[in-house]
Design a protein around this ligand. Structure first.
Ligand SMILES: [Cu+2]
Length: 164
């Protein structure tokens, strides 16, 4: 290869490298957009590593809607397996979050009542169904579990989790 051709080849390869980003970069960009959701109340847990199981019933009573527990104390770092049982005649939810996030989310649901949840920190349960959430309480503080279907929170479907 003559010196001239070598230089031309180098220039060409240089242009290619500058003009087109490496494929790995193109592939990783959309994935970065889906960075892990940051949850206020801790992080999704592993049900096999839970230190205890807490059962929470959901039902309607005369003029009220409640969970079977309205306050739970947890040690920081503890993993809990929540077993959720909707024994009522209506759909209910269990959303575990900060009070601020639940309040924000509640006003969103007033605009969009059919918004359904099946997330690491929240489930919607149809009548007479059960579900589970495994959660690791990595942060100290006061958190809330709530049903944000319009009217349910006001009827009593909320509870506090204190993490120490
Ligand atoms: Cu409810």
């Amino acid at each position: 290869m003559s010196a001239r051709l070598t230089i031309a080849a180098l220039c060409l390869s240089g242009m290619v490298a500058v003009g087109a980003p490496p494929l790995s970069e193109l592939v990783s960009k959309p994935a970065e957009a889906h960075t892990e959701h940051v949850f206020a109340a801790g992080e999704p847990g592993d049900p096999r590593k839970a230190s205890r199981t807490i059962e929470i019933g959901m039902a309607e009573g005369p003029g009220s809607m409640t969970y079977s527990l309205d306050s739970i104390a947890v040690r920081r770092g503890e993993q809990i397996r929540f077993v959720l049982r909707n024994t009522g005649d209506l759909a209910h939810e269990f959303l575990l979050d900060s009070m601020e996030n639940n309040a924000k989310h509640k006003s969103e649901m007033e605009q969009n009542p059919e918004m359904a949840h099946d997330e690491a920190n929240g489930k919607r349960l149809e009548p007479k169904t059960s579900s589970e959430i495994a959660w690791r309480f990595t942060k100290a503080g006061e958190f809330e579990f709530a049903c944000l279907i319009p009217g349910h929170y006001e009827a009593g479907m909320k509870g506090i989790i204190v993490v120490k």
